[in-house]
Design a protein around this ligand. Sequence first.
Ligand code: KDG
Ligand code: MG
Length: 402
Amino acid sequence: MKITSAKIIVSCPGRNFVTLKIYTDSGISGLGDATLNGREKAVVTCLEQYCIPALIGKDPRNTEDIWHYFYLGVYWKRGAVTMTAISAIDMALWDIKGKALNTPLYNLIGGKSRDKILVYSHANGKDIQEAVENVGAEMEKGFRAVRLQAGIPGISGTYGVAKEGKPYEPAEKGLPREDTWDTSKYLNIIPGLFEKTREIYGEDIHLLHDVHHRCKPVEAARIAKELEPSHLFWLEDPVSGELQEGLRMIRQHSTTPVAIGEVFNTIYDYTTLFTEQLIDYIRMPLAHGGGITHLLKVAAMASVYKIHTGFHGATDLSPVSMAAALHFNTAINNFGIQEYMPHQEVVNEVFHINYHFKDGYMVINDTPGTGIDIDEKKAAKYPYERASLPVNRKTDGTMFYW
Ligand code: KDG
Ligand code: MG
């Protein structure tokens, strides 16, 4: 079998998605998600100019060799743009492999370890009261795990909190909005949010919280310690992962489980975190962390250190990513949880999805490969629109670092 061509489909059904479609001489094609929120066109260029020309003529079944060809072959290893391009190629090739063998992706990577995938949804509100009420709404939909964020009084536009009752969407049209951030105000609010939630709903719901890399190690240790009585499922991105050693202080002071890595892109971002058992969950998704080939290795190494997966699954990962992740989660032993932030209805016009939500879990069909399809005519109806994630300044105007 040979790769004959590849196409990139950029579409904006409510938000931007970049989809790679690889064609073969056997008539089989495969899909990969190449979406990198706010940097979509950089990945398009990387694929178009550098990767696709080198793919033509290769045997798509050689996923391991092709992965190393692109990872080692660029010389300039790693980085979000390069790794997203490699991830999309890898995802599409595993899709082709599954279709060629007429079997779902999970069968190629270990078969079924489980029939259904535990997912968590999002609840947020402008203040504690609204956020707590929204946890109840998610529980009524059947979710058994909920990520909870609340607006911080005195801070305009808290990241992770929806505006005016709209569904939460991290990127906004146009250039980046500038928000203000004050960590001390944030630290004072969050423990009370979870205390109230536990008081109302008890212990029979998993609660998660995302710090979005906003704390210094000592601040993260404080919040992790203060949240201990609320028994979180995890505290996400408590510090920026640029400095893996920064996670040590959290571990020294608290037993709140830690998840990190939605912005990571290789195993080398995790080595200290694994070997010192500084975290409990891996957030790095298939779409940015080198695809199935690389994440199989990351998950295997994590399992040695009793660490589970908890892949990123925000709306900026396309349904192609979600389908691939559900297969992956079905197969591996050390799966923990999957983030599920439902896409807007219009997304289902473009992507024909093969999974559904039921009683707190996602279920994936047995269609060969990843089993997801794209309607290119519908995709063309929604052209790319520039969108950006916000940037943050401290109250005195300094760019927020930490
Ligand atoms: O593109 C950035 C978003 O995906 C991210 O901010 C969402 O933190 C996020 C999460 O955990 O879903
Ligand atoms: Mg996050």
